[in-house]
Design a protein around this ligand. Structure first.
Ligand SMILES: Nc1ncnc2c1ncn2[C@@H]1O[C@H](COP(=O)(O)OP(=O)(O)OP(=O)(O)O)[C@@H](O)[C@H]1O
Length: 225
């Protein structure tokens, strides 16, 4: 369970271009699939970056399974980020010149596990996402949908309990969106917490979604679950 207590975020504090992106958010995110929606600029990406410990709130605190994560020193935060969170970026950010398998194994490198252990886990993830046959190929040969699945495999290689994805279906057609939702349903069945932002009505109406959080002007307008 992730909890936000009075979380605010102000960018460029004290400067003429100061923007308060989040205003005193109180919210609980349970295991399952939570989708953040709302107009552009309503604070969705900012909220995801705070929950994923990529930035710190200006005020308030965030807890993960009861542990305060919003005020940890940077060196603990980096480790926590690697072990507890997987990220799928909108552009997927796979590294060209490396194979699919090498890309998927990357987030495990700093954790110091044996290469064979990580490779087995990465291959198992690729297999479950239907990409085992492409593991040794360069990422450049993947289609759009395959690239997304490789990015999900990479995000999940450390078996993190929380997957965060910003607009994951923005560039996908209907068939690939449904495929993505099947993957999300499988992650939910594994007991993971999946946190998404989306403008896509197909996602919001989808079966695996457990909660929809509607944001407006840096506040939570409504939570439907
Ligand atoms: N790094 C930053 N520096 C300054 N202002 C920022 C920064 N990131 C976001 N903002 C501002 O914070 C507000 C919320 O932005 P955010 O990206 O969180 O919204 P969003 O709901 O994710 O929008 P979109 O749907 O367009 O991605 C906006 O006014 C934006 O301009």
């Amino acid at each position: 369970m992730i909890s936000l207590h009075g979380v605010s975020k102000t960018y460029n504090e004290g400067r003429p271009n100061q923007v308060t992106a989040l205003h005193g958010i109180d919210l609980a995110i349970a295991p399952g699939v939570t989708v953040f929606m709302g107009p552009s600029g309503s604070g969705k990406t900012t909220l995801l970056s705070l929950v994923g410990c990529m930035a710190r709130p200006t005020t308030g605190r965030i807890t993960l399974d009861g542990e305060v994560i919003s005020s940890l020193p940077e060196r603990f935060l980096t480790d926590l980020r690697r072990r507890r969170f997987g990220f799928v970026f909108q552009r997927f950010n796979l590294i060209r010149g490396l194979s699919v398998l090498e890309n998927v194994m990357l987030p495990a490198a700093p954790l110091g596990e044996e290469r064979a252990v990580v490779e087995a886990r990465a291959l198992a993830r690729l297999e479950s996402l239907g990409l085992a046959g492409k593991a040794r190929m360069p990422v450049e040969v993947l289609s759009g949908g395959e690239t997304q699945r490789a990015a999900i495999a990479r995000a999940m290689v450390n078996d993190a309990p929380v997957l965060i994805a910003d607009e994951p279906t923005a560039n996908l057609d209907t068939a690939l969106t449904h495929r993505f939702l099947d993957i999300v349903a499988a992650l939910r069945a594994e007991g993971k917490t999946v946190i998404l932002t989306s403008h896509d009505p197909r996602i919001i109406a989808a079966a695996p979604v457990t909660a929809v959080v509607e944001m407006q002007d840096g506040t939570v307008l409504e939570v439907r679950s």
